[in-house]
Design a protein. Structure first.
Length: 230
């Protein structure tokens, strides 16, 4: 078990654990499944979340020299919880309509959008204070806690929006990646940074796909935001 936990590749003098590589590959596979609206995207994502949690909390357990990314680690726990909800919701829809896909994408309503944006703003402020208190002994600058809070809360909103089938969730992921990729590079989590950079391109593609499907399957449900970006 010790060998499995510490097994790694060494690239350009930098050790990269198989856990980080595998976790990100499973995350990418899960994202592809999500774009295609497949139920199996959720359990695959859960396994990837478990691997990545051990990676981002590594230094907190004394196993690496990298700074522990509390927001990155914490969101893996939320991913698992929300993935169980999404898995159950999509599977239920799939069972009730055997010839259909697991979810029909739509834009969040105006009230739903206001709700998640306000919740996100409050969440970022609260998490910033909490993470700063927890990580008081870590040798990092103040912006680290703000960035990690943005990533943590944004990821929660995006995953919940995906479970609900909102097209908005792709835009939430774009906002997360804009901050997440530079942070991962700064703290030398290079495999994760590379995969997140790939995610950024994939997320744009997924947004276009879901936006088209939402229009095709529910043309009467266009929202002001959809009309604006259309």
């Amino acid at each position: 078990m010790n060998w499995l936990y510490h097994a790694h590749l060494t690239i350009a003098g930098h050790a990269i654990t198989y856990r980080e590589i595998l976790g990100n590959i499973l995350g990418l596979i899960s994202a592809i499944g999500g774009m295609r609206r497949r139920v199996w995207a959720w359990p695959i994502g859960i396994v990837g979340n478990v691997f990545l949690f051990t990676v981002f909390m590594g230094n907190a357990f004394g196993s690496t020299s990298q700074a522990p990314l509390l927001g990155q680690a914490g969101r893996q726990i939320f991913f698992i919880i929300t993935s169980v909800y999404g898995w159950q919701r999509w599977a239920s829809t799939r069972r009730s309509t055997p010839n259909a896909v697991a979810v029909s994408p739509r834009w969040a309503t105006r009230m739903e959008r206001v709700g998640y944006l306000v919740s996100a703003a409050i969440g970022v402020a609260v998490c910033y204070l909490v993470f700063r208190e927890i990580g008081a002994g870590f040798p990092v600058q103040w912006w680290y806690y703000l960035a990690d809070s943005w990533i943590f809360v944004g990821s929660m909103v995006a995953t919940f929006a995906m479970a609900r089938g909102w097209v908005d969730f792709w835009l939430c992921w774009i906002a997360v990646d804009v901050v997440g990729v530079p942070e991962l590079i700064h703290f030398a989590y290079y495999p994760s940074a590379t995969l997140y950079a790939i995610y950024a391109g994939f997320v744009v593609w997924g947004f276009v796909v879901w936006r088209r499907v939402a229009r095709a399957e529910g043309p009467a449900a266009l929202t002001p935001l959809q009309e604006a970006v259309g």
